[in-house]
Design a protein around this ligand. Structure first.
Ligand code: 5AD
Ligand code: SF4
Length: 436
């Protein structure tokens, strides 16, 4: 068997895709842990921001240097950068083969047949990798990601995803549910359903995302179900009702706001206003008083004024986000914004605004954590704490990390932990009772 090494960049969807790639190649290639040992090296890449792409380019150059010493290897570029750059790095021999997100079924042929085309970047309207069981080589055996759809139809003006990953398509619910059932039988305790916009999941006979969630959660009350990502324009009360009805559906909603200014949201083509976003937040609070809300925010989008930026800060305070991923706007060629809107906010201003957003979020996260002191949560233990051998960590339903003294519990079990202290990033607790 040839040795295969895969390195993954970017989002959870890419991590899930790498497991599909490992699976399609498993008849001819076994996975290895180091690039040096591999006959084939695959980089599964991300294009969402410029620095994501730069990281990959730097790595390709490093691998090119490795290529010159030692045994000969083939290097493959897959994922979003494959869609964007196609043959660009073939001529310089930085890469030997290229496969876009819908071309992974061609990989065995590309790697075993020298005559086969070595660049496959066409996008598909219906590829969902039906029939391929991911090889879960990155897994802790406790939590697993299950993609329920691919692609995106939203065309936010800043975003490359609709171009790199193609049109939105949902996966057959039978195959999704079967995959979850198999994972539960193998002992997995937590499943995260993945899609760029899970709320637009659709199948025949009006089978929609709330029904899929109910069917997944109904399978086993000890199997936690999470999902990401929700587009605020599509988050329905129907879903919130299903979330409220099943204790094993985790009470965390990732609801990317991007901006708190209606005018900026309009230029981003987000299809909601500040007010309608806040109305969704209120509905979440009404249906799910215990839920946490996390978000994504972009600072310095085209034409963002100081007042727009203030509106983002005030939206954060009103929504009281528990957690946020915060970015500087990064212009991506090919998008509507790159073609039609000027990237006119100077980098220093983007940086200063981002820093303000981060500082405010740190405070909000801390306040959110402080409110948990004294409360007891059921947590799913994931493993040893990164900072201390004497501690374990797990997550509660709200997706907060809780660290607690080790005692006699094991990864993959549920324990009750009382929160006694916190930092901005973690809750510190002590075990009160084990009902695993
Ligand atoms: N610049 C900065 N951030 C971006 N995101 C998507 N595209 C860009 C871009 N061009 C962010 C959004 C999205 C998250 C996955 O990445 O906040 O929700
Ligand atoms: Fe994921 Fe988007 Fe990055 Fe592609 S560009 S890897 S879809 S985050």
């Amino acid at each position: 068997m040839k040795q295969l090494y895969i390195e993954t960049y970017g989002c959870q969807m890419n991590f899930a895709d790498s497991e599909i790639v490992a699976s399609v190649l498993s008849a001819t290639h076994s996975l290895c842990e180091k690039a040096q040992d591999a006959d084939v090296i695959i980089l599964n890449t991300c294009s969402i921001r410029e620095n994501a792409e730069q990281k990959v380019l730097k790595r390709l150059e490093e691998l090119h240097a490795l290529q010159k010493k030692g045994k000969s290897r083939r290097i493959g570029l897959i994922g979003c950068m494959a869609s964007r750059y196609k043959t660009q790095w073939m001529e310089s021999r930085l890469v030997d083969f290229v496969a876009g997100p819908d071309a992974y079924r061609f990989l065995p042929e590309m790697l075993t047949d020298a005559e086969a085309p070595q660049v496959r970047t066409e996008l598909s309207l219906d590829e969902t990798y039906l029939g391929i069981t991911p090889l879960r080589y990155q897994s802790n055996g406790i939590s697993a990601f299950v993609p329920i759809m691919r692609g995106c139809n939203n065309f936010c003006t800043y975003c490359v995803v609709p171009y790199t990953r193609g049109r939105e398509r949902s996966r057959n619910p039978e195959s999704v549910l079967q995959e979850i059932r198999d994972l539960a039988e193998k002992g997995y305790k937590e499943i995260t359903l993945l899609g760029q916009n899970v709320n637009s999941y659709r199948w025949e006979n009006a089978y929609d995302f709330p029904r899929l969630m109910a069917d997944a959660a109904g399978m086993d009350p000890k199997l936690r179900i999470r999902f990401t990502t929700s587009h605020p324009k599509d988050l329905s009360d129907g879903l919130l009702e299903v979330m409220a009805a099943y204790p094993n559906i985790c009470k965390n909603i990732h609801l990317p706001a991007q901006s708190g200014s209606t005018e900026v949201l309009r230029r981003m083509n987000r299809k909601y206003t500040r007010e309608s976003y806040l109305e969704r937040v209120e509905s979440i609070r009404r249906h799910l008083p215990d839920a946490t809300i996390s978000t994504d925010l972009i600072s310095g989008f085209c034409g963002e004024t100081e007042e727009d930026h203030r509106q983002t800060l005030s939206l954060m305070e009103t929504a009281r986000f528990d957690y946020a991923f915060m970015f500087k706007y990064s212009e991506r060629s090919g998008t509507y914004a790159a073609k039609h809107l000027a990237d006119d906010i100077p980098d220093e201003v983007k940086t200063a605004r981002l820093e303000e957003v981060i500082a405010l979020q740190r405070q909000l996260s801390y306040e959110s954590h402080r409110k948990d002191i004294g409360k007891t949560f059921e947590i799913l233990v994931e493993g040893p704490s990164k900072r201390s051998d004497a501690h374990l960590f797990g997550r509660n339903s709200q997706n907060k990390v809780i660290v607690f003294p080790k005692e006699d519990c094991q990864a993959g079990t549920y324990v009750h932990v009382k929160v006694i202290d916190c930092t901005t990033a973690t809750l510190l607790g002590e075990k009160v009772q084990n009902n695993a």
